[in-house]
Design a protein around this ligand. Structure first.
Ligand code: UD1
Ligand code: UDP
Length: 377
């Protein structure tokens, strides 16, 4: 993986499903630059879900630290990523390290690079909820990563403003759009029908698509969400529910307990990205606490009830696509009924606030200039 041919080495680190999907187009764009040796490092914070997310893009990691354990703790993931990534950097000596977003992999990998004076480029920089406990621990991960990065790829003008407010120099920030839109467009162009037999039951049907996994919703809030979904089904007789369940065993237990016996609900394993894009496109609307799904909703002009109390993606609310409903059973039900009964104003046909699918190309151009010209910034 280390090369001795004069090319500069760029390491892209991914650990979880959303990092894989959003970093994939960046890796593909970087690999078009002949002057770069691009290494894809997986921490393996997620095992199955990481490979599942990379595979549709034709990517597989050059190296995998395989850290995942069932019911892993934050301390465990942080320390194993920090040590494992650090050792890998010592061996490979990258010229720049790209990290994405706000996971433990993101923050610990940025820290390992910082300890070695290796410049960090943060993709999806500058998102802020303003509340360290929501999302937890992602808000802290973003703040720490941005504090120690050298290059900032901010998806929107608002995220750039957050960075400027924290004293980051404007010459280090590029507003690129979000690379999830690049991934979405790339996948939508290739997709026709779902690959899974059990999804065919949803073709031409009225259905809602649901995902939820946030740490601050584990336990009772997740139960409230599941109960609200059961209520919604009881009020609409031909409505169906598609729930691709996160692999976290505690999250799954709640879905199974509350919705497992319902004949209009499919609780299934996480969908491959092409199938999930198909489901987002065909459903009536989504209910989700996922960051990526909020952005994809705005790319697809599909309403999303955001199962959280705060969002670091205010653009989704402004675009009229997303509605912040939290985890209260009553509030979820009343908002869902408003959409189902046509009483909620839905998105106008404006462009996505997260760009037009060219973010990754722009990032690759900046990285190329940066590593080949030390006086660039
Ligand atoms: C992590 C990120 C979160 C991100 C989410 C995307 C942190 C602290 N959290 O949360 O920011 O939004 O990923 O999904 O970085 N598991 C499997 N197989 C898999 C993946 C997970 O079995 O492929 C199970 C394991 O039991 C694991 C548990 O899920 O211990 C939790 O995984 P972890 O990465 O620690 O937290 P997430 O909730 O997935
Ligand atoms: N996704 C997927 N299959 C699924 C559920 C989600 O491919 O069954 C994709 C989704 O399109 C989005 C990403 O996974 O791009 C979001 O990941 P997740 O919700 O795990 O993390 P978050 O965005 O909340 O950090």
């Amino acid at each position: 993986m280390a090369v001795d041919d004069g090319r500069k080495t760029v390491v892209c680190v991914v650990g979880t499903r959303p990092e894989a999907i959003k970093m994939a187009p960046v890796v593909m764009a970087l690999r078009e630059e002949n002057s770069l040796n691009v290494v894809l490092l997986a921490t393996g914070q997620h095992s199955q879900m990481l490979y599942q997310a990379l595979e549709p893009f034709g990517l597989s990691p050059d190296h995998d630290l395989k850290v995942m354990k069932e019911r892993q703790s934050l301390d465990y993931v942080t320390s194993s990523v920090l040590c494992g990534v650090g050792e890998f950097f010592d061996e490979i000596r990258p010229n720049v390290v790209l990290v994405h977003g706000d996971t433990t992999t993101t923050m610990a990998s940025a820290l390992a690079a910082f300890y070695r004076h290796i410049p960090v480029a943060h993709v999806e920089a500058g998102l802020r909820s303003g509340d360290m406990s929501r999302p937890f621990p992602e808000e802290m991960n973003r703040v720490v990563t941005d504090r120690i990065s050298s290059l900032y790829f901010a998806p929107t003008g608002k995220s750039k403003d957050n960075l400027l407010r924290e004293g980051i120099g404007e010459e280090r920030i590029w507003v690129t759009g979000n690379t999830v839109i690049d991934a979405l467009i790339w996948m939508r162009d290739k997709m026709a029908r779902p690959s899974r037999e059990d999804l065919m039951a949803f073709e031409g049907k009225r259905f809602l698509l649901v995902t939820a996994h946030r740490r601050e919703s584990w336990g009772e809030p997740m139960r409230e969400i599941a109960l609200a979904l059961r209520d919604i089904l009881s009020m609409d007789e031909d409505l169906m529910l598609l729930v691709p369940m996160h692999r976290n065993p505690d999250v799954r237990a709640v879905w199974r307990e509350v919705l497992g016996d319902h004949d209009r609900v499919l609780l299934c394993d996480p969908l491959d990205y092409p199938d999930f894009v198909w489901a987002m496109d065909k459903c009536l609307f989504m209910l989700s606490d996922s960051g990526g799904v909020q952005e994809e909703a705005s790319g697809l002009k599909k309403p999303v009830l955001i199962l959280r109390d705060v969002t670091e993606r205010p653009e989704v609310l402004e675009a009229g696509v997303g509605f912040l409903v939290g985890t209260s059973r009553e509030r979820i039900v009343s908002n869902a009924l408003e959409i189902l009964e046509g009483r909620k104003a839905l998105p106008a046909s404006m462009g996505s606030p997260f760009g037009d699918g060219r973010a990754s190309r722009l990032i690759a151009e900046v990285i190329c200039k940066f590593v080949n010209n030390p006086i660039f910034i």
